[in-house]
Design a protein around this ligand. Structure first.
Ligand SMILES: [Zn+2]
Length: 709
């Protein structure tokens, strides 16, 4: 039965392939055939009009007795996904059957342009319909969407939609400000409370997808009718480097692992579509799929993305599937990521977002010719990360101009890979495009939504010697004199390698590279940060603190740097200094959960139990399934002689993370002290059987001391 729905049988998810022997054998054969190109796909394409026809017939029979219910909306953002690595965009080697089917039945935008080659700014643009200079989120990390900017989620939520987001990478966690408007915002990753900060903490797409599917299933329940519509956003991060697709894609794409990750995410999308079919809600759901940005894959000397604004990182897939509302179409003129939210709102019969710069693409999708006049893109990553010139670009249906210290002009019609810079040969055209660029974005840098510390925070920062920590003025001063990123990309690649050394605990190599770069580029912020981390890893905490301070001189709003100084202070045994520094981090970014957890632990150790409790409560409110927060709070409650509540919190922590042996040992201790000996014994027995050395020994000792049952 279930394989009769549109999109279902060709889009079998990876989990299904792994769990069903029949599928496993088929998948190899189908996989080979799909890679070569043909028959399965044709059969499936042929089946769809029949099924959609059936839906239309049923609608006719039922008759138009009441207005059509508002559609559900499924938004899938594909991180780091190039359009030209998808079958529907012409890649014959791709294995993207679900995206290809959505494209053939829906509207495929052939030239969708991302606003920024960076995950957070690009996503904020997608969800607000605004360019970065308007919403102010210009980079990952220290930027946060302001509370007064409406988003697709807030608009749909205000109109009664049930809303949920499931994101797969730390850069999109709720600190980004994107959680507003979502009833649920699932941003739990596998960080396991590690002290290493890592923006690339991620969750595999099938796990995120499963949670999103389950949420939809809970909304639909037994009776689909009469319930409010849902909006669900699923973010898939797998094609981000490193490229390590799971089976069977690792084997199928041994020489093209990046494409293997895209194939894997296609299977995740396929699984979701199949689930919607089984739940009976696919025909009432608009499906939109869009890339946040692409991946350079060594074009122009860039390995991944973020520095440059060439088409390899700006040209993304964008597909809107809504049979019955939108006929199949391929739209050729350039469109923008910021046009997606206006399009979805109009498709759902809702008014446009206040302040949106994007426009609805429905007229284009329905055969019109008039699209956006131009598409703007930018990267401020070179400035914030490297202290180099930022890059801004504008393109129309043929020409593209990049505003860099050495400007660039490309004729995309004949030079889509941007190999021949015509700026010197066609200065008038370059100047006209520069004027167009300035008229779109203004000549200044535009909005910068960095976390702005409040008065109390500024005082604390000043006490620590951070006068001017709130200043953003460095963006405006002397931008023209900064190095041109295209002249510096080799240096950046060396730092990328150095960063990789840090990730693999090879600090000596990282330090050597960072020092080399600093010799050539004294104020390089990224190199300074790598040097600091390398010193931290080598246990040279005093030197590391100095390097973090230098980094703060270059990037005054870095909450992470304060957090890391705190970590170094902890290791130097300077707890008071650590509390001050982690407080500075929290002053800059009050939603920095990891920093708050660290402070709570430090305050607990110093006997400042009420302050610690308050920090733990805030983290729990922010991240209800953070096991470390529950177990830390339990320790505070036990110390405050509130054993009943302590036991409850320990149990919450252990439900979330049964492997927290030390929390279990502490729980057993509290149970024992309060006379609940049988329960204590059960916990000790469990630890004596399974825990690691020290906890296991302690459990044995305490068991021996307990009265015999
Ligand atoms: Zn991204």
């Amino acid at each position: 039965m279930r394989s009769t729905g549109p999109l279902s049988s060709g889009s079998t998810g990876a989990r299904r392939q792994q769990s069903s022997p029949r599928h496993r054998t088929n998948s190899k054969a189908n996989g080979a055939r799909t890679l070569l190109g043909i028959p399965t796909k044709w059969l499936l394409v042929a089946a769809v009009p029949i099924i959609l026809g059936l839906v239309a017939t049923i609608r006719l029979v039922i008759g138009p007795s009441r207005p059509a219910p508002r559609p559900n909306i499924l938004l899938i953002t594909l991180d780091t996904t190039r359009a030209d690595h998808i079958g529907a965009y012409g890649d014959a080697m791709a294995r993207t059957p679900t995206l290809d089917r959505l494209a053939s039945e829906g509207v495929l935008f052939e030239r969708a342009v991302s606003a920024a080659p960076i995950t957070l700014p690009a996503h904020v643009s997608l969800l607000t319909g605004r360019y970065p200079f308007s919403h102010g989120v210009r980079n990952n990390g220290n930027f946060r969407l302001a509370n007064d900017v409406p988003t697709l989620a807030t608009a749909l939520h205000d109109r009664g939609y049930r809303t949920a987001a499931f994101v797969s990478a730390f850069v999109l966690d709720r600190r980004s400000g994107l959680s507003r408007g979502f009833d649920e915002y699932d941003d739990h990753f596998d960080s396991r409370g590690a002290l290493e900060p890592d923006d690339e903490i991620e969750r595999r797409g099938d796990r995120t997808g499963q949670l999103a599917e389950n949420w939809v299933a809970r909304q639909v329940g037994d009776v689909a009718a009469g319930r409010p519509p849902f909006f669900v956003w699923l973010h898939l991060y797998d094609p981000h480097d490193p490229y390590t697709p799971p089976a069977p894609f690792a084997e199928l794409f041994r020489s093209l692992p990046y494409d293997g990750e895209i194939a894997f995410d296609d299977a995740v999308v396929g699984s979701f579509i199949e689930r919607l079919t089984r739940l009976g809600v696919l025909s009432t759901t608009i499906v939109a799929v869009v890339g946040d940005h692409g991946e350079s894959l060594n074009e122009h000397g860039e390995v991944t993305h973020a520095v440059f604004v060439y088409e390899s990182v700006l040209h993304v897939p964008m597909i809107v599937w809504s049979p019955g509302r939108l006929g199949p179409a391929r739209v050729a003129p350039p469109v923008r990521g910021i046009d997606l939210t206006p399009t979805l709102l109009e498709l759902g019969g809702l008014p446009p977002l206040a302040g949106a710069q994007g426009q609805s693409l429905l007229p284009l999708a329905r055969g019109g010719r008039q699209g956006p006049a131009s598409a703007y893109s930018e990267s401020y990553f070179p400035l914030f990360f490297m202290n180099w010139a930022p890059l801004r670009a504008i393109q129309d249906d043929r020409w593209k101009f990049i505003d860099a210290p050495a400007p660039e002009l490309y004729d995309l019609a004949i030079d889509p890979h941007e190999r021949s810079n015509l700026a010197a040969r066609q200065p008038a055209r370059a100047a006209a495009l520069k004027r167009a660029l300035d008229s779109v974005s203004g000549t200044g840098p535009g909005a910068m939504a960095t976390a702005i510390p409040d008065r109390d925070a500024i005082e604390k920062l000043a006490a620590l010697g951070y006068i001017g920590a709130t200043s953003g003025s460095r963006v405006e001063n002397g931008a023209a004199a900064r190095p041109d990123p295209k002249a510096m990309i080799g240096l950046f690649n060396r730092l990328r390698d150095a960063n990789g050394f840090i990730a693999h605990a090879r600090p000596a190599e990282a330090e050597a590279t960072a020092r080399d770069v600093l010799d050539a580029d004294r104020t390089n912020a990224f190199a300074t940060l790598i040097l600091a981390r390398a010193q931290t890893q080598q246990g040279r905490y005093l030197e590391a603190i100095e390097s973090y301070r230098t980094y703060l001189g270059l990037v005054p709003t870095s909450a992470d740097a304060h957090y890391w100084i705190a970590i170094c202070a902890v290791r130097l045994g300077q707890a008071d200094r650590a509390v001050d520094e982690v407080s500075a981090a929290l002053a800059m970014d009050s939603s920095y959960a990891r920093a708050r957890l660290l402070r709570a632990g430090l305050l607990t150790e110093r006997g400042r139990l009420d302050e610690a409790a308050s920090d733990y409560q805030q983290v729990i409110e922010q991240q209800p399934s953070n096991a470390d927060a529950h177990s830390g709070y339990a320790v505070v409650l036990a110390a405050r002689k509130e054993p009943g509540r302590a036991v409850e919190e320990f149990e919450r922590a252990l439900v979330l993370r049964p492997d927290l042996d030390e929390a279990r040992l502490a729980l057993a201790g509290v149970l024992q002290q309060t006379g609940r000996v049988d329960e204590a014994r059960a916990e000790y027995q469990r630890l004596a059987a399974t825990a690691a050395d020290e906890v296991r020994r302690t459990a044995h000792q305490r068991l021996a001391q307990l009265p015999k049952p």
